[in-house]
Design a protein around this ligand. Structure first.
Ligand code: ATR
Length: 290
């Protein structure tokens, strides 16, 4: 890496931030494209978030990714918010345009782009089940609903969260059929017959011996099972789906494509996806994770 007097700075704010693999992905792209830039991790305590955001302005940092736990809290410190980030209520990317800080959210885009690129899936007219009703589910739903699926069923441990999420989306997307179900072992027997895609949008599966207790047997053989968890690369949910002969889709692609979209917002350049994937896989092997 060659730091010069003109080196532009990109980076990520998180707390903790030491497990992030975003610096590996972005610096690999910077290197291969020969850009005079560097992407750095910044550990920002919640109580320092406003100072850190002012630091983007003060230091002329070109762009910043925002990760856990700051995605919602950062919104109030920015000058403008994209429509999508407004709908999601969270920001994962800040662009510094001549001192004006603009918040975007590329997570939902990243998920849909990876579905398309990796397995050629188009949500239009499809019947989709999502498990989870938290911030990540809201992000993916926002982009997913815009692609006009026929029906979305939200399954969640706490049913009331699924119901309020469905209500919010129903008023915005009246043509989509929304259903809600409480997460339990037997739900899928009756609800799964004509499902095209089932997505886990909870963090369950990140820890060893932790698995979603869901019966996949009732899914049609054409269904795809997708998991946003990427560490491990193949969760026990995906392993079970594979054993049943179902097509699977892991979470690493979402991370890569959200990163590529952030990079495009900062630089105007299409990041080479293959380079990002290779760097992400290497970083995961040597102990990264978020
Ligand atoms: P995120 O922003 O990552 O989505 P979140 O808003 O805290 O985080 O939401 C976490 C989601 O994972 C929720 O849907 C949560 O279910 P509840 O709403 O019932 O809390 C789900 N989740 C977390 N741990 C879970 C577990 N052990 N079993 C089932 N669902 C779980």
């Amino acid at each position: 890496m060659n730091i010069t007097g003109k080196t532009k700075i990109l980076g990520i704010f998180g707390y903790p931030v030491n497990h992030t693999i975003s610096p590996a992905m972005h610096n690999a792209v910077i290197k291969i494209l020969g850009l005079d830039m560097v992407y750095l991790p910044f550990e920002v305590k919640p109580s320092n978030l406003q100072h850190a955001v002012n630091g983007i302005r003060g230091l002329g940092i070109l762009g910043i990714n925002i990760t856990i736990p700051h995605k919602k809290a950062v919104v109030k410190f920015l000058d403008k918010i994209s429509e999508e980030a407004k709908l999601i209520g969270a920001v994962n990317t800040i662009v510094n345009k001549d001192g004006c800080l603009i918040g975007h959210n590329t997570d939902g885009y990243g998920y849909i782009a990876s579905l398309k690129q990796e397995i050629g899936f188009n949500p239009k007219g499809k019947n989709i089940i999502i498990i989870g009703a938290g911030g990540a589910a809201r992000g993916i739903l926002t982009t997913l609903a815009a692609k006009k699926p026929k029906a979305i069923t939200i399954v969640n441990r706490t049913l009331s969260r699924a119901v309020s999420l469905a209500r919010a989306f129903k008023s915005r997307f009246p043509d989509i059929q929304f259903k809600t179900i409480a997460l339990n072992e037997n739900i899928l027997k009756t609800s799964l017959e004509d499902v095209n895609l089932l997505i886990n949008i909870t963090s369950v599966g990140m820890k060893k011996n932790e698995a979603l207790k869901i019966q996949l047997e009732a899914l049609p053989k054409t269904a795809i099972v997708s998991d946003i968890v990427y560490n491990p690369l193949e969760t026990s949910l995906l392993k079970r789906a594979k054993k049943l002969g179902l097509m699977t889709h892991g979470g690493l692609g979402m991370l890569i494509h959200q990163g590529a979209k952030s990079f495009k917002l900062w630089t105007g350049i299409d990041a080479p996806i293959k380079v990002m994937r290779k760097a992400a896989l290497k970083a995961l092997k040597i102990g990264g994770g978020r």
